[in-house]
Unconditional design. Structure first.
Lengths: 109, 113
């Protein structure tokens, strides 16, 4: 089945800094999503992005399906951006999301 | 905006007891899922449900687990006899057609003591 790898595993930023999180996947995807897990454990949908580029406020994401990777950009980071960022994907007839291990982000004031 | 809702948000249960976790998927969605996240680990697929039957299940989803759609709105996960290792965050999700975006509930944190 599809493999999903995320990097870096951990990231520490000062408030106001920008960052790029990466997600590599091993197969062509039908679905790729980015999530933010907040300190209370809740999963927040960020982007549904099997291909192309989307922006939502300070966050944007790009998926280059032919090269099998997706990037999540966080600009002007805030302490509320802290948490774990997951990407998850599925491929082919497989309708279950396969998850990466996540990037743990800490934004310091 | 429509959302997936889960209840309860936190449940503590004694080992060996049965628990039922409840979910209300988005109303026009056809595919429903349960995922699990043990503390500090990645999210894992448990089961998918479509057309009133299980469409796929993982090896985690053994005979202790069952799912049901008892009426037109609820989707439940039952664990028959809980074990300590069932302690985890359980997420319900739904998607319109199984090929598009999956929307997740806020999760139920299950603690087995």
């Amino acid at each position: 089945g599809i493999q999903v790898e995320q990097s870096p595993p951990d990231l520490i930023l000062q408030e106001g800094a920008n960052s790029t999180l990466r997600c590599n996947f091993s197969d062509s995807v039908n679905n790729l999503q980015w999530f933010h897990q907040n300190p209370w454990g809740q999963l927040i949908n960020l982007f549904y992005i099997p291909s192309g580029t989307k922006q939502n406020g300070r966050l944007s994401a790009t998926t280059v399906a032919t090269e099998r990777y997706s990037l999540l950009y966080i600009s002007s980071s805030q302490t509320t951006d802290s948490g774990v960022y997951f990407c998850a994907a599925y491929a082919g007839n497989n309708r279950k999301l396969i998850w990466g291990l996540g990037t743990s982000l800490a934004v310091n004031p | 905006e429509p959302e997936v809702t889960q209840t309860p948000s936190h449940q503590v249960t004694q080992m060996g007891q049965e628990v039922i976790l409840r979910c209300v998927p988005i109303s026009n969605h056809l595919y429903f899922y349960w995922y699990r996240q043990i503390l500090g680990q990645k999210v894992e697929f448990l089961v998918s449900f479509y057309n009133n039957e299980i469409s796929e299940k993982s090896e985690i989803f053994d005979d202790q687990f069952s799912v049901e759609r008892p009426d037109g709105s609820n989707f439940t996960l039952k664990i028959r006899s809980t074990k300590l290792e069932d302690s985890a965050m359980y997420f319900c999700a739904s998607s319109r057609d199984g090929n598009t975006e999956a929307f997740f509930g806020q999760g139920t944190r299950l603690t087995v003591v």
